[in-house]
Design a protein around this ligand. Structure first.
Ligand SMILES: C[S@@+](CC[C@H](N)C(=O)[O-])C[C@H]1O[C@@H](n2cnc3c(N)ncnc32)[C@H](O)[C@@H]1O
Length: 448
């Protein structure tokens, strides 16, 4: 099915543009005339092409509104301008103060407005209308119009688990790329800092990045540095369309889906894929079946590639729980969302940390492993390694899972001489270190 935008690209006349929008918006009772499309709720000014500014289109539309006001006729609660590339929506009440003082010199007809009228209208309405680029935001526009008709308000689109990835991609295009001097791989953290903020307060304390304001403009703080926006227009337009913060019931879930926003090549390199909760459920049932119903009490659990901790959220005995992972940002997200708050959570690179030059394990190299875990390992206590490790193999193919960097870690280069080809598998590297470090541990790996 072709989209609104695709259909608009085939429009041959202004009439086509009107008809395409009428259909896409599902308008039922309307008339076409001087006011291009007129419904009880919205008046539309339409143009073919995309060259005429929204300001100019609104100026024409406001001429009719002024006319109606002068004649004491009914005016609609909303005004919209539409063309082949863009659309914009505004509440009529917001511009009434401008029309009431009757200072604007309108032209003979709506389309022959003098430049002064355009300037005066433009200076006033910029803060009120919400604009949508149709190629990227047609759904948001359609929704906003439908909700405006239903509720009498311009309601911003919600950020939900279903549109998180699309919203993030649009955020990168309109805001992320305008942030001066920031690395692409940090976009996801800055995105979360931005969306989890209501304009005054952040919804979570201690997120890895923070949104601040300087001279009334947004700035981002990450790892002790401040990052400013080169251009604030995209920021204004983006947040005119979306509502923030997201509904409270989604917030933690959205934060934990950072993996889904990490660029694909970095993600497959780190194996940053999330274990769906249904798989976690099935895994816990299986563990109860195999290890007995008291396994959460009897076993010390270590997940050394825990990401944001999905595998452990069902665990009910956090004091027996050790969770470590490669990215400090994941640990920070767990702290901010209070995931497994009572567990031991720490950054630890399982394939590089605490490995001596001759492939032995020496915890004093980083001192990151909690003493209680070291003791459990020393004493050969019952340990369950519960993990969903990264999978990637060194190869010659161009498949993004085949990364030259995979073997380049301390463990595979110092401790896996006798493992042949297996030494090039990330997954095997984890298993071999576990075998060396905790030879009596039980390993549990969920599989779909
Ligand atoms: C498949 S994900 C599983 C994440 C989490 N357990 C879950 O189920 O949602 C693998 C995780 O291992 C982490 N990881 C990759 N290399 C690692 C390393 N050398 N040491 C520790 N963690 C690592 C990745 O950052 C990623 O979060």
């Amino acid at each position: 099915m072709s989209t609104l935008y695709e259909k608009l690209q085939h429009a041959r006349s202004e009439e086509d543009v009107k008809d395409i929008y009428i259909k896409a918006l599902g308008l039922k009772s309307y008339t076409k005339g001087l006011i291009d499309i007129r419904t009880d709720e919205i008046w539309f000014e339409a143009k073919e092409g995309g060259k005429i500014s929204s300001y100019a289109m609104f100026t024409q539309l406001l001429h009719y509104v002024q006319d109606a006001l002068n004649k004491g006729e009914i005016i609609p609660p909303f005004l919209a301008v539409i063309d082949t590339e863009k659309a914009a929506l505004m509440k009529t009440a917001d511009v009434l103060p401008l029309l009431k003082n009757k200072s604007i010199k309108w032209g003979k007809s709506a389309s022959q407005y003098p430049k002064e009228a355009l300037d005066e209208v433009s200076a006033y309405i910029g803060a009120y209308f919400v604009s949508f680029k149709i190629s990227s935001h047609e759904q948001e526009f359609i929704q906003a119009v439908k909700q405006a008709i239903q509720t009498g308000e311009i309601i911003r689109a919600q950020i939900t688990p279903d549109n998180l990835k699309q919203v993030f991609d649009k955020w990168v295009a309109m805001i992320g790329r305008e942030i001066i001097g920031v690395n692409e791989e940090d976009y996801a953290l800055l995105f979360f800092a931005d969306i989890m903020h209501d304009g005054t307060l952040s919804t979570h304390e201690h997120l890895p990045a923070e949104l601040l304001h300087k001279n009334n403009a947004p700035v981002f703080s990450l790892n002790g540095k401040l990052y400013e926006l080169a251009n604030k227009e995209g920021y204004r337009r983006f947040w005119a369309i979306y509502h923030k913060p997201p509904h409270s019931e989604y917030r933690n879930y959205l934060l934990e889906r950072r993996d889904s926003l990490i660029p694909l090549d970095e993600r497959s390199f780190k194996g940053a894929f999330y274990t769906p909760l249904a798989v976690v459920d099935a895994a816990y049932n299986k563990l109860t079946e195999v290890l007995g119903k008291n396994w959460q009490k009897n076993y010390i659990v270590w997940d050394m590639c825990c990401g944001v901790g999905n595998l452990e959220v069902k665990h009910s005995n956090p004091r027996n729980l050790y969770m470590s992972t490669l990215d400090q940002a994941d640990i920070d997200v767990m702290r901010a969302t209070k995931t497994c708050a009572a567990a031991y959570r720490f950054q630890y690179d399982y394939l590089n940390d605490d490995i001596t030059d001759d492939g032995k394990i020496d915890y004093s190299l980083t001192n990151k492993i909690p003493e209680s875990l070291r003791q459990a390992i020393r004493e050969g206590k019952k340990i369950l390694v519960l993990m969903n490790p990264p999978y990637a193999e060194v190869g010659t193919g161009s498949d993004s899972g085949n990364k030259a960097g995979v073997t380049k870690n301390k463990f595979s280069t110092t401790a896996m001489d006798s493992y042949g080809k297996a030494s090039s598998e990330l997954f095997m590297q984890f298993i071999v270190r576990i075998a060396q470090e905790m030879p009596t541990a039980t390993i549990a790996i969920p599989k779909r």
